[in-house]
Design a protein around this ligand. Sequence first.
Ligand code: SAH
Ligand code: SF4
Ligand code: F3S
Length: 439
Amino acid sequence: MKKVFIETYGCQMNQSDSEIVGSIVQKDGYELTTDLLEADIVFVNTCSIRENAEQRVNNRLVRFGHLKRKKPWLKIGVLGCMAERMKDDLFLEHKSVDIVVGPDAYRDIPRLLEEVESGIKVANVLLSEEETYSEIIPVRLGTNGVSAFISIMRGCENFCSYCVVPYTRGKERSRDYRTILDEAKDLFDKGYREITLLGQNVNSYLWKEGEDVNFAKLMEMVAKISPLLRVRFSTSHPKDISEELIKVIAKYDNICKYIHLPMQSGSSNMLKKMNRKYTREDYIQKIEMINKHIPNCALSTDIITGFCGETIEDHKETLSMMDLVGYDYAFMFNYSQRPNTIAEKKFVDDIPQEEKSRRLDEIIEKQRELSFESNKRDIGKEYEVLIEGESKRDKNELFGRSSQNKVVIFNKGELKIGGYINVRIKDCTSGTLIGEVIN
Ligand code: SAH
Ligand code: SF4
Ligand code: F3S
């Protein structure tokens, strides 16, 4: 039986896609392996979001090329966003690549694997308006048996000016809610206790058949599967987050009190250029709406520094927004110009690399302080934690997360992974809470 090794880069949706690919090849008689050296086929599921994401993949492809010299029968496949963005050019840049498959063509992999056996190079990068891999039951890769992802939609049509995703992932489409519920129930029956519903903008999820099912309704249905099943979601575009959704999050204890709401920039000028379709004031209103209904809600964000024409004033507005919201966590990036995006065509990437990095450092430092403050506020409070695994630091400790998505470490005792436990927070660092078990 031929063995397939899958390596994944990029976002959670890509993780979820690799699990779909795993399921497709397994069904076709291939075996999955986690040992690169025993693989007959290597798939790299790639990301194009920033230049350094692509660079990382390029380096890996060079390494796989070396491996192929020792094992000439090895087949190398590039999947995902880089496959879609670069198409046949990948064959030119990496002589070792045999197969190129875009995000909507994974069902074609068994046929492509057969064709490639004759020594030719094969590609399928067709995008689809319907494909959601709806009925495919993903194999769970690298799982802790507690948390899993479920893709509820694909593609993106928001065309934020800096972003490559609408070009690599195609049109936005939602998956039949019944198959989402089936997958969630199946995971719960198998012992999973936390699922994260995934999409580039889950707020615009919509299944039109009989009575419309929007994202708020879907969340409610998933939350009702069992009070023991935690529900999370990502990502939520600020322009579309609704009061209806916030009320549903507030209503169900098992919907986690944590929202990732990427602001990108605190300056309305930048937001306009980014084509985000909200202003600084709109964003603040959304935050106020969340705080009104869910006072204990944790918030995280994505921030881009040094976008085209960003002034020091714009940058300061981002810093002041961070203070205003008091994010618990943030993902922070230097702007990286991507080929063929609106920003590449219309604006000049005019902030020097050094200045971008200087601004990024300021933002990272600000977030470190905010995260530490937020963790210090938790000292003395009690939280319910879902136990996810052993702490890397100490074998006698376990770690899990609070509903607010904060990592908590505590003593192992007789506790089991996958169970719930109440802890009181007694100490913290800027990244972790340290708790003591209270029941
Ligand atoms: N759909 C999500 C974002 C997915 S991409 C949303 O709209 O919120 C994840 C993050 O990568 C983005 O939020 C953005 O902060 C960052 N990103 C996207 N394109 C980028 C680029 N060209 N340079 C730097 N960061 C980028
Ligand atoms: Fe990119 Fe914007 Fe779509 Fe997010 S919403 S994936 S940032 S285009
Ligand atoms: Fe990267 Fe594609 Fe996800 S570009 S962030 S893997 S949708």
